[in-house]
Design a protein around this ligand. Structure first.
Ligand SMILES: Cc1cc2nc3c(=O)[nH]c(=O)nc-3n(C[C@H](O)[C@H](O)[C@H](O)COP(=O)(O)OP(=O)(O)OC[C@H]3O[C@@H](n4cnc5c(N)ncnc54)[C@H](O)[C@@H]3O)c2cc1C
Length: 462
């Protein structure tokens, strides 16, 4: 299926993409799930592990992995979009510590299940390296290390000087780095497609090219339902696992905004140039830039460079056409050449992107309301590869009605406020996006770090 192979390099190299048959009329089951990305599939996996024979139907508007799960930067890292300091202010220090520990465990759990279930997900725990590309980034990585230390995780992180960074990866302008062994890289497409096959093997049913137009909670003895043009999927429990795309459902439109993240990918790099660059550990890499960059080294020797420069659009639309944004993709290609000057003539074979779901308070939530039968997990911003696994396990416990260490985390049953109505939403997000880029450019030009006191930094402080 060419259209799906064109979505990303990850889907292109994930094997057979032929769509499964769509829904063929109204049906009943025990759990109906909207969305076959990591969230929907991990939830189905843990429910079926707990109760083999449970009748699960997953409705996917395109094919499994069409969303962010089949497009991402391959980081399977113990990071949330919300800092431990902020979690501690909201929920107390102990809860912040338990949440952070759960993110380390989620990385390992992704690797454990992939190995145990025979998913060829390319899981490689090479660690994570955040680089200071100039003195202006140093205060940010030092502050991160202090924060990890305050919560008892300092042992997992090591501050590197310029030589220490160069020993791992030779990046132009890198003066320091923060390294940890707690993160992994995956092949996102094979992980999500492998999970889909696994869930089917366990008895789950996937119906593809079946868009859900609406949903209903259970009322007065009538089950909850996912409503599609091809019929309803009725069940005592429905799970809304559509992340950024949930904004298309009128009932959830203001719960998230779809923020586009874009990626470029180089051709395979030859051994001589890899010898110059290093990066033998295949750590996932980023800088301390405010406007976000992320890099990974693929198993076949390419560099993936991602970033968030694409503009938010009025009314939160999601369209295939927005997966490509020439100015942002061109900026990312330029970044590859400035980070790695030895790649001045490198060719780029792929460019893609996709929407990630950003809640108003930057706080992920995994929720289940037993009265309406509606469950949902969303709001991972750019950190869903490991977090969706945590979400799937938490939703499975919540749906089973079982108290567990996961259901006690304040991510469970958190409710984010709605975003503002337009055009306020557009004005606020565009202002913040523009201001972050300007702050980055000014810091790069002056060598002075951002103060942390600007309006944009305070809006985005999380
Ligand atoms: C370009 C990019 C780079 C990223 N990089 C990273 C990274 O390196 N590390 C990291 O941790 N995270 C990253 N993320 C975020 C991460 O990929 C997501 O948080 C995660 O994949 C979300 O999984 P999900 O299953 O909740 O949502 P998705 O993968 O988006 O899945 C939702 C699915 O639901 C389907 N769907 C939506 N609406 C409907 C409907 N109405 N009816 C039926 N089906 C529907 C969609 O087609 C889709 O397949 C990135 C995201 C993007 C876009």
């Amino acid at each position: 299926m060419e259209r799906y192979a064109d979505v990303s390099y990850w889907l292109e190299t994930a094997g057979d993409l032929a769509p499964r048959p769509p829904l063929d009329g109204t049906t009943e089951c025990d759990v109906a799930i909207l969305g076959a990305g990591y969230t929907g599939l991990w939830t189905a996996y843990y429910l079926l592990k707990r109760q083999p024979g449970l009748r699960i139907v997953i409705a996917e508007s395109e094919i499994a992995g069409f969303g962010a799960s089949g497009r991402n930067g391959a980081w399977c890292a113990p990071d949330l979009n919300i800092s431990m300091d902020r979690l501690a202010r909201l929920h107390g220090e102990d809860a912040a510590r338990r949440i952070q520990q759960a993110t380390y465990d989620a990385v390992d759990e992704v690797g454990r299940v992939a190995a145990a279930e025979g998913i060829d997900a390319g899981f490689h725990k090479g660690g994570e390296l955040i680089v200071a590309r100039g003195p202006h980034h140093v205060p940010a990585i030092e502050a991160s290390l202090r924060e990890y230390g305050r919560f008892g995780f300092g042992d997992r992180y090591r501050l590197l000087d310029a030589a220490g960074v160069a020993e791992k990866v030779r990046i132009a302008g890198a003066v320091a780095g923060l390294w940890s062994d707690s993160a992994a890289i995956v092949h996102p497409g094979r992980l999500v497609r492998g999970l889909a096959t696994l869930v089917e093997r366990m008895g789950g049913r996937l119906v593809e090219r079946t868009p859900v137009a609406d949903f209903r909670g259970a009322v007065a003895g009538a089950p909850a339902a996912l409503v599609t043009p091809r019929g309803e999927i009725r069940a005592p429990v429905i799970v809304l696992a559509g992340e950024a795309y949930l904004t298309r459902l009128p009932k959830l439109h203001r719960q998230l905004v779809p923020l586009y993240s874009l990626i470029v990918l180089t051709e395979p790099i030859d051994d001589a140039r890899w010898a110059e660059i290093g990066w033998a550990g295949r750590e996932v890499v980023a800088s301390a830039r405010l406007s976000i960059d992320y890099l990974s080294r693929t198993a076949d020797g390419r560099i993936l460079f991602g970033g968030r420069g694409a503009p938010y659009r009025l009314g939160s639309p999601i369209k295939d056409a927005y997966d490509r944004h020439d100015p942002t993709h061109e900026m990312l290609r330029r970044f590859v050449r400035t980070w790695f000057p030895m790649l001045g003539d490198i060719r780029f074979t792929h460019a893609w992107g996709g929407p990630l779901g950003m809640p108003r308070d930057w706080h992920p939530s995994f929720a289940f309301d037993p009265r309406s039968g509606i469950a949902s997990a969303r709001g991972y911003v750019g950190h869903g590869v490991s977090t969706a696994n945590l979400a799937g396990r938490t939703l499975a416990d919540l749906i089973a009605g079982e108290r567990s260490p996961l259901t006690e985390l304040p991510l469970a049953n958190h409710r984010s406020p709605n975003w503002e109505v337009e055009p306020l939403r557009w004005l606020g997000i565009r202002y913040t996006q523009g201001a972050m880029s300007r702050l980055d450019r000014r810091a790069e030009a002056t060598g002075q770090p951002p103060t942390g006191r600007s309006l944009a930094e305070r809006i985005a402080s999380h």
